[in-house]
Design a protein around this ligand. Sequence first.
Ligand code: SF4
Ligand code: SF4
Length: 343
Amino acid sequence: MCVTVHLVPWDTSSNLLEETNRLYDEAGTFDCIQKGDLVAVKLHVGELGNPNYVQPCFVHDIIRRVKEVGGKPFLTDSNTAYHAQRSNAYDHMNTALMNGFNMAPFIVADGLKSENFRLVKTKGILKEIEVSGAIAEADAMIVVSHCKGHELSGFGGAIKNLGMGCTPRDGKIRQHRSVGLEIDTSKCQGCGKCKEACPQHLPDIIEGKARNTSPLCMRCPVCIEGCPMEAISYTHKENLCRALASAAFGVLSTFKPSKVSYVSFAKDITQYCDCLPNPGKIILGDVGVFASNSPVSIDAAFLSKVDYKVLNEASNVDCMGQVIELKALGIEGEVKPKIKLIV
Ligand code: SF4
Ligand code: SF4
């Protein structure tokens, strides 16, 4: 397995569609596809209002290239665990259309209400993980990611696109529950605003203080954002990085070896992830487009090309955690990969 990462710098004095095609040729992006393969093109179609997802023209070209080698491509993503514009297949498909993803069938990987998945055993912090059905059943996959910051995992790239993006609601919640939630009772005024905002009607307010011991808690940020006293915070955020890697391992176990390839766009690198309609400021300069056949190497390559301490400081999590963990689980790749520039 070649784990060299190829990179086209984001230089708009060149035709970037042509340059990315040279990138795919050099990296062998479509070598994982055989004639007749059902090919999942895994992407994030963007939350409405957030303009920083991968631009449709590049995805259009990826679809064209998959067809050229005889694959049957379909766009896919899994529904979100939180209730917004992509939490069921109907809303998700409409969001995909509104954001310009009409170049191939968009199949919501986990079904209408996240009911379609395969439970698989995995390694690492999770013992098992739900993999979205259309991804578990695909013959090959091109993982198209947008590199950006993330409040809980430091950053999101290919590993997060696998671990969180290829799992249904139950799988996402399983990963989120690896993180802790703490309520500082010295700050809590017992106002109940957290309970009003919480989709599970948690936490309980007992003797004028919020308390949350429920196994139903999803570790979503709703109560944290809703608390006027800043009394609620996450703990053990590093566990989510481990959970992402563990889930990613489970997702990859549903594919035969060498059937998954990765393309990552490091442009418009915002503080927060594409799931938010308001992803915050752009905090790092544009880098370019990476291609690799290793999720470990492609994410490590991105982090080596930016000052990722900026992302660490924004989230208080070490971005490299998920990369190191996935390699430790046995997925091939390098935490210091060779990067070949396409110029
Ligand atoms: S919103 Fe904050 S201050 Fe109000 S009850 Fe919940 S934790 Fe306490
Ligand atoms: S993290 Fe907060 S808002 Fe989310 S389910 Fe748990 S208590 Fe409710």
